[in-house]
Design a protein around this ligand. Structure first.
Ligand SMILES: NC(=O)c1ccc[n+]([C@@H]2O[C@H](COP(=O)([O-])OP(=O)(O)OC[C@H]3O[C@@H](n4cnc5c(N)ncnc54)[C@H](O)[C@@H]3O)[C@@H](O)[C@H]2O)c1
Length: 346
């Protein structure tokens, strides 16, 4: 008898939808049983995989009854497919941001509880080996007391990226599309962000959305953080280029975060630990780098494996709708802080 496979439906076979299809093909306990897309051209993707193709989520849920649904439509179109899937008793993995607004996210949280189905949010970095190792380094006190973190995400997005009109809107600007990953990663590694100030700017492209932001924040532990982000600046410093997680973005292997603690510091994601190994631990003495042994893996495939395990009741969700909503709230606070020129308490 063959291995039991968890039946998954995919809604939205665009950029990230295709990445999920690739990840599903790498996970032996998962299979895609249907693809939904309003664009008829996407039918070829379903034909290639010999799975059902639907133009409507409702019809797919009725005909295929998937155990899990992965929602990869544009952010402003997350809500309805998520609610319909929960109502049809499917668990959901919804791409990030969970929704564009806290009100919609709240509807998802309530529906998840009402139908007793899990909603995971696609903050896939939580499944990266480098993140897992960094979490252990911080938790085990290797850095001593965490004092701060500084990070950068700076890149020039291709002009073709902005061809769909929705990508020029604020719901697809780099704060909600990219910074939200950084904020989720930092919350996951360092704990809750309790306050945040920010400046947001747009000067280079004539789009309604923002282009750049600079942040100052504080974690519950008292650790401080700063972050600089822009999507109009050619640079080798982004998570994607650093890790090579997506072959579309050529790898640079540059570090993009620095964690500083009372005993040591860590360059990330190359996992270079800097500490004094002889004499007093101060700047009068030599400080040496040590590259920590790290595994690498496909975070998207690990996310699918985890989603199947959650559906089967074997694992607790690593990120539920409520947690994804906290990440959204901290991310939206960037706009509020910039507009009002104030520090936001979260
Ligand atoms: N986790 C990540 O790293 C990551 C990366 C990229 C995008 N995303 C997120 O994924 C989402 C989609 O982004 P994208 O870049 O893949 O967009 P995209 O435009 O490339 O793909 C969206 C797809 O959804 C289809 N679609 C639109 N309305 C639909 C509907 N009502 N029902 C079914 N299909 C519908 C479109 O035809 C298209 O194929 C966004 O929320 C984005 O923030 C996450």
């Amino acid at each position: 008898m063959g291995q039991y496979k968890t039946k998954l439906g995919l809604v939205g076979a665009g950029t990230i939808g295709k990445r999920h299809l690739q990840a599903i093909s790498e996970v032996s306990e998962a299979e895609v049983v249907a693809i939904v897309d309003t664009d008829p051209l996407a039918e070829s993707i379903a034909i290639e995989r010999n799975v059902g193709f639907f133009a409507s989520v409702g019809q797919m849920l009725k005909d295929k009854q998937p155990e899990g649904v992965i929602v990869c439509t544009a952010t402003e179109d997350h809500l309805q497919p998520v609610l319909s899937s929960l109502e049809a008793n499917a668990h959901v993995l919804v791409e990030k941001p969970i929704t564009p607004s806290i009100e919609e996210a709240q509807q998802i949280i309530e529906s998840s509880m009402r139908f007793n189905r899990e909603v995971l949010v696609g903050h896939h970095r939580r499944y990266s080996e480098e993140i897992q190792q960094t979490k252990r380094v911080i938790k085990n006190g290797v850095l001593g007391e965490l004092v701060g973190i500084t990070g950068i995400w700076a890149v020039r997005k291709a002009d073709s990226y902005f061809e769909p009109e929705w990508r020029k809107q604020w719901t697809s600007g780099p704060v909600l599309i990219n910074l939200i990953h950084e904020i989720d990663t930092l919350r996951y590694l360092c704990g809750e962000i309790v306050s945040l100030s920010a400046k947001v700017s747009k000067r280079i492209r004539a789009h309604p959305k923002e282009e750049s932001t600079a942040l100052l924040f504080e974690f519950q532990s008292g650790a401080l953080g700063t972050f600089l982000l822009s999507d109009v600046t050619p640079s080798p410093w982004t998570w994607e280029q650093a890790t090579g997680e997506n072959p579309n973005f050529p790898r640079t292997s540059q570090n993009v975060y620095r964690f500083i603690g009372s005993k040591a510091s860590l360059d990330f994601p190359n996992l270079v630990l800097w500490r004094h190994t002889g004499g007093d631990p101060d700047w009068l003495h030599e400080i040496s780098p040590e590259v920590l042994d790290g595994k690498t893996g496909d975070a998207y495939a690990e996310q699918i494996r985890h989603f199947c395990a959650v559906i089967k009741g074997k694992e607790q969700p690593r990120i539920r709708a409520m947690d994804g909503t906290k990440t959204l709230k901290a991310t939206l606070a960037v706009f509020e802080a910039s507009e009002n020129g104030t520090e936001i308490q979260l």
